[in-house]
Design a binder for this molecule. Structure first.
Ligand SMILES: *Cc1c(COP(=O)(O)O)cnc(C)c1O
Length: 392
């Protein structure tokens, strides 16, 4: 029998999606209007402006691709890579491997720079790759590796690319809204993100931004972009600055209401305040996890506040523990991905999910579930340790 679907209220502390505020869900339910309605065209302009603020950029080509983060990734690669190009791709987790796939599917050669999972991208290795491959026209790397919880130095990597006459593609799907990202000041050329991580919007859109240098490369392409849907020259005609818009596809209208609301909330809080909130609650969570006897998987100086990778203690049943959290506490945390499957948990503190009650809930639930599996933990000590950070 078919019937309406009523999902439970979960607390989303995994690698995304993150908790969506009722304000954003409310915006989603407003009346659908036409995508060429003048009022909707105004909203599109507003969304662009708010995204420029979030990305800290004046780039005119800043907009949300009508599909999830993976589509933003493809948009960057298919527009900036041509057959025969050489691209330096950094891999220190799952998402660098996807960049390699993109490069190769564009008919280009990926020169891989490998770093251990949990470590940031090594500047020395990237510099060596540029020396060995002076023909490289692009550098691609991940700002915030959601699979491991490590942060890489966007400013330094983009500067290296520029020094060698290459453009940069930056995956900041998990970075945007959670940690500092200065697209213009750091000289990043193409950056893609997602809506369901630190922006706390529903999944399905991918904010992207392209520098004037990147736009110039797109305009000077001799090969047509292999993807019709993601060809930025066509997308620009729809989202472009002039008032006359050419139909390209139907924008996901209500999703854009939701993104607009989520970006307004970020603007109201202010980027710096949002980053500080992520840092503070991360420190509180780490203090509490430490009091439970759990170890972090990433060295302190490279940790992402919004994605906390924790080592699973010896003898603990990973799947069973996460089931307990979901069934008994309505709490979702992430499993390890790829090489880290079964070895780590990934606890997200993304966007709206990054708050005091969630830190307390997560520590209490984890401690209880660990005790059920025979590990002696001190829940009270964990809560005191976390609160000591929050009250400091
Ligand atoms: C989530 C994520 C993606 C993919 O985004 P989707 O919206 O799932 O397509 C890409 N890169 C990173 C670093 C991510 O965390």
């Amino acid at each position: 029998m078919t019937q309406s679907f009523f999902p439970p209220h979960r607390v989303l502390m995994g690698p995304g999606p993150s908790d969506v505020s009722p304000r954003v869900l409310g915006a989603l339910g407003r009346p659908t209007i036409g995508h060429l309605d003048p009022l909707f065209v105004n909203l599109m302009d507003d969304v662009k402006g708010l995204l420029q603020y979030a990305f800290q950029t004046d780039n005119a080509l800043t907009l949300p691709i009508s599909a999830p983060g993976s589509a933003g990734m493809e948009a960057c690669f298919v527009n900036l890579v041509s057959p025969g190009d050489t691209v330096i791709v950094c891999r220190n987790g799952v998402f660098g491997g996807r960049m390699q796939e993109n490069v190769e599917r564009c008919g280009a050669t990926a020169i891989m720079v490998e770093d251990d999972w949990g470590q940031p991208v090594s500047l020395d290795k990237v510099a060596a790759a540029f020396s060995a491959h002076p023909e490289a026209s692009l550098l691609a790397f991940v700002h915030a590796e959601t699979s491991t919880g490590a942060r890489s130095d966007v400013a330094a990597l983009c500067a290296l690319a520029r020094k060698h006459g290459a453009l940069s593609i930056v995956d900041s799907v998990t970075g945007l809204g959670g940690i500092e990202l200065q697209v213009d000041a750091w000289g990043a050329d193409a950056v893609y993100s997602g809506t369901q991580k630190c922006l706390s919007c529903i999944p399905g859109l991918s904010p992207v931004t392209f520098s004037p240098r990147a736009v110039e490369r797109i305009q000077n392409r001799s090969h047509k972009v292999q993807s019709w849907f993601l060809d930025m020259q066509l997308v620009m005609g729809y989202w472009g600055g002039s008032s006359k818009r050419a139909y390209h596809h139907t924008a996901p209208i209500n999703l854009l209401y939701a993104l607009h609301e989520a970006l307004l909330m970020l603007r109201e809080e202010g980027l710096e305040a949002a980053h500080a909130r992520h840092r503070l609650h991360h420190q509180a969570l780490v203090a509490g996890l430490g009091a439970l006897g759990l170890e972090m998987a990433v060295p302190a100086e490279h940790r992402l506040p919004q994605l906390n990778a924790v080592r699973i203690p010896e003898g603990i049943d990973d799947t069973h523990l996460r089931q307990t959290l979901l069934q008994d506490f309505n709490l979702e945390i992430g499993a390890g991905l790829g090489a880290l499957a079964g070895k780590t948990w990934r606890i997200g503190l993304m966007g709206q999910a990054c708050n005091r009650s969630n830190v307390i809930l997560c520590l209490t639930a984890l401690s209880t579930a660990l005790q059920q599996q025979g590990l002696a933990t001190d829940t009270g000590a964990a809560l005191v340790a976390a609160d000591a950070v929050l009250q400091a």
